[in-house]
Every structure is written in structure tokens, then in C-alpha cells.
Write a new protein. Structure first.
Length: 330
């Protein structure tokens, strides 16, 4: 009887405790942070100190080289895939929902416009003449001359996925896609010609970048990277020392870098006896994938990936990259 008499008030106390309001100050505070632990960063674009980062359901902007960030989180959580900043400072991000989101005020406001295509966009770039280009499925290329408001479509009527497009000037550009396909144009995209020699093994390029019209790299699954020194006419395989898929490539005055699965961050080493190799950086320590990569100013590289991973690497003059700052997801 004494035990039962004691059990009743204890049970009441437990029920009262269960009904007490939860303390969610930490959760609410973390929501106010620009970068969240659940963020899946997919793409990055930079121009001077301006940075746009985007992923599943959000866009991040910085106009001070990543020191501070502004977050835009549209309703419906669109899946942002690829970003670009034009020479006129227009920022554009393309979504899996076949829209182009455009900002002309450094990310303060955004306008969404339909791509008006049945094909799925894969990659976005902006040429030196401020013309926007989108690489898409079914050998489709889109371009816009009015900041993404309207789009013109070109298709080669082939069952081919283009995963990359870039213009080096107003006339000369390159598009890379499935089955090791490489196309080039010399007349501003009016006509495209395929390269006779494909990238070996019907290569599917998950990541592509060109330093200039002649020197380019493509990355794929199992850590494979190929390099061209003749505008895509021929390709040579380079040793990466990893089996992780390559998701991002960056060619700039800082050097050549790659991101990939399982926190992979690679730097291309100087060519020795005609052989180029890649070395994994020990400065980055994360188990999450890294996908977004872009040069930031004259001495930094910005990286982004899963679980709100956002890091800036700096060349401190020692010949090695070091962490400049870390933005962990909250």
C-alpha cells in the first residue's frame, strides 16, 4: 500500500514533466544561421568578392568573399543545380524544376523564369558577353541574352546528355557530354562540330572545367580524370590515387583542383617527365561529399558539400593550401 501511495505522486510528477514546454532556443537559433547542418550544397560561383552558393532548397550569397552570408530559402524547396555570375554581376541559378533564378542586386531579390524546355538542365555558365548557356539532356543547349527571361533552344536530336558548356569569348565555346562527346563552336553557338576522337571508354563526365580553350579536364566515377591540351581533340588519363567519384573541378591561376565523394579534395601536381598526378589534400577533413568548388579572389578556393560543409582554402605563400575559415552547418 505504501508503494502504491508513493507511485501515484511520482507518476503525476512524470506526466507534468512530460507536459512541460520543450526548450527549443538552440534549435530556433540554429535556424537563424545562414548555413544549416542539413544543407546539401551542390554548386558555387564567384566573381571578385561576390559568391553564390546553392543547393537543395536554398541560395547563399556573400559580397565580402565569404566572411558574411545572406540566405534565401524559397517556398517549395527547389533543387538548385548549377550557378553562374556574369561579367555584369548578374547572378543566375538553374533548378531541376527547369527554372532559372536570376538576381541583379547581389542576391537580395530573385526572379524565377521557366527554361521553356522538356529537357533536364545539367549545367549553367555565362559567357564573356553576358550570354547565359545551359547544357541539358537529349543533346540540348539553351541560351539567353536577356538575363534568363527568355531562352532559345538548340538540339542535335541525339540521345546524349550534355553535362558542361563554356564560352571562352563571344564566338568560341565547348560542350562536353555523355559517351565521351566533345563539341566546339567558333561562331557563337550557331553551329557545333563534334570532335572526331571521343574521351576514352565512352566516358560520362560528372565534372568538367577548362583553363582556356586548349587545356581542359573531365572527372568521373571511380576517381578517373582525363586531360586535354588541344581543345578536346585528344585526351590523356591522369593518376588521381583515389576511387572516389569526382564531382567538381576548378581550373584557375591558383592551379587545378578537384572535389569528390567521401571528402575528397585533390590538387594536381606539377608534371614530371610528361606525367601528371593528383595529390589528396590533408587540410580538408570531412566524411561528407564535396561537390561545389570555385576560385575565390587571387588566393582562395571555396568548397561546399553535404551536411552544410563550406570551407575556404587559402594559398598562404608556402605552396600549400590551408583552411582560411570553416562554416559548419548549424
Amino acid at each position: 500500500m505504501k508503494f502504491r501511495a508513493l507511485l501515484v505522486p511520482l507518476t503525476c510528477l512524470m506526466l507534468i514533466a512530460c507536459e512541460a514546454p520543450l526548450v527549443l532556443d538552440g534549435v530556433e537559433q540554429s535556424k537563424k544561421q545562414p548555413i544549416h547542418r542539413t544543407d546539401r550544397i551542390q554548386t558555387a560561383a564567384t566573381s571578385g568578392d561576390d559568391v553564390v552558393i546553392a543547393g537543395i532548397g536554398f541560395i547563399l550569397n556573400s559580397n565580402d568573399a565569404g566572411k558574411t552570408w545572406q540566405r534565401t530559402q524559397p517556398e517549395g524547396l527547389p533543387a538548385f543545380l548549377s550557378a553562374a555570375i556574369c561579367p555584369d554581376k548578374t547572378q543566375v541559378v538553374v533548378t531541376a524544376e527547369k527554372q532559372a533564378w536570376t538576381s541583379t542586386d547581389s542576391g537580395k531579390t530573385w526572379q524565377a523564369n521557366n527554361l521553356d524546355t522538356e529537357e533536364a538542365p545539367q549545367h549553367l555558365s555565362c559567357g564573356p558577353d553576358n550570354r547565359l548557356w545551359v547544357a541539358a539532356t537529349f543533346s540540348t543547349l539553351l541560351n539567353s541574352t536577356d538575363q534568363g527571361k527568355t531562352w532559345q533552344q538548340t538540339t542535335f536530336d541525339e540521345d546524349l546528355i550534355f553535362t558542361f558548356i563554356k564560352f571562352f569569348d563571344a564566338q568560341n565555346g565547348v560542350a562536353v557530354g555523355e559517351f565521351g562527346s566533345v563539341y566546339s563552336t567558333e561562331d557563337g553557338g550557331e553551329n557545333w562540330l563534334p570532335k572526331e576522337e571521343l574521351i576514352p571508354n565512352e566516358f560520362f563526365p560528372l565534372a568538367v572545367d577548362f583553363a582556356d580553350s586548349q587545356h581542359g579536364w573531365v572527372g568521373g566515377s571511380s576517381g578517373v580524370i582525363f586531360h586535354t591540351a588541344d581543345g578536346g581533340a585528344t585526351w590523356a588519363k591522369e593518376d588521381t590515387g583515389t576511387d572516389a567519384p569526382i564531382y567538381g573541378l576548378s581550373a584557375s591561376s591558383l592551379g587545378m583542383y578537384a572535389t569528390g565523394g567521401f571528402g575528397t579534395f585533390l590538387e594536381r601536381q606539377p608534371v614530371v617527365d610528361g606525367v601528371a598526378t593528383w595529390k589528396r589534400s590533408s587540410a580538408v577533413a570531412t566524411r561528407f561529399y564535396l561537390r561545389a568548388i570555385a576560385p575565390l579572389g587571387n588566393n582562395k578556393i571555396i568548397l561546399g558539400g553535404g551536411a552544410g560543409t563550406l570551407q575556404a582554402m587559402i594559398d598562404d605563400g608556402s605552396g600549400q593550401l590551408a583552411i582560411a575559415n570553416i562554416k559548419e552547418g548549424e
